[in-house]
Design a protein around this ligand. Sequence first.
Ligand code: SF4
Length: 400
Amino acid sequence: MSSSSQSNVAYPRNSKIPLPPVTAERYFATCRFCNVGCGYDIFVFPDDQAGNPKAGQNAVVYNMVDKVFNRNLQNYMADYTQPVPPLGAQIGTPWIGEGMVSRTIRYNKNTGTWESVYILEVPSSECPVNEGNYSTRGGRNAQRNWSPFSDNAAGFRVYTTRIKSPLIRWNGSLQPVGWSYAIDVAARILKYYLDNENFTYPDPVGPAATQVLAIRADHGGGQGGGVFSNLMPGLLIHMGLATPFVRFHYQVAFSFTQDALEEATNGNGTDTASMLDISIADVLVLWGIDEYTTSTVNFIQHIFDNITGVTVTRKQQWFESGEPAEAGKIIIVEARPSETVKAAAAKLGITVEQAQSGQSDQMLFVQVNPGTDSELANAVAAYIYYTYPFFIPSSWMEEG
Ligand code: SF4
């Protein structure tokens, strides 16, 4: 952006974030955006009210003892009379940013009138999943609330990014179009590639539109909308077009996002390990998942804690007596040095090159050519089978 265009941008001024008053209604929810399932506290209160920064004079209070993750927030009252320390949420005083606030209206059944309210969606210090942490996605949960104030909480930044119709790029700019027009254009383009630039798999797959790179940017999240709201596009991409080049958000498989549903549907869930396990595992393998981008809090909270040794005491608590408890090792398999690779290397104080060339005894980055990681998986499996044949069930050998 040039300096002249920068000077034309009118950044709205922020005003004070309203703390929830002790009378605020409080609800508990899971973040709606991704599979990590971070916990949020939702405060709702009339917009002419606000809590006091002093402890006990606002609604940010916790009462939780977590014996698994060793956290104690019993009778904790957040105090905002001093600046919140970095990661203050982990000790019970969450920083509340403007993205966590929305001002809207709601119908008051008691008075029969519509009233203006603030809605605060604050990452919960009580939740063992995120321990008050959040990603830039989840930190903006509140902004997804509809508001007649043009998604513009008074005094906060104006959000004008909501897309209300399909957009098609004409002459370099995105233009709104109708749904039938957008579907017709998409169908014709995809049909061209399916008919003319394809690879034919054996039956029953048949032709695949291998020139089509699809990104299913869905999110599962606590509200579970991801896969279901994207089921038809998913079927089109995976089965209709049959292109192997699909970036399905965080999963390598076209499967249900929610772990329980994956289990229930007999799928081998791709992200079903418990966060306790993740925080104390000896070795973590992140395969094609780009965890930092797709399951952010799991990565920056539990995986970072593991590989930096923060959870060694927890390991000693859960491991058998005498079992070594050290900082975890991490293996990342991806087609590119992604944000996950860079962040893990930075956290360990090494370079990506060192992680890739085997110079680190804690992190290994395996860069594969796109589409070839199944060969790597087969090679690893073959190595395990030949090196440890006693692990192979004899029935497999007979079938093989
Ligand atoms: S990692 Fe981010 S998007 Fe995912 S559940 Fe947590 S806050 Fe939400």
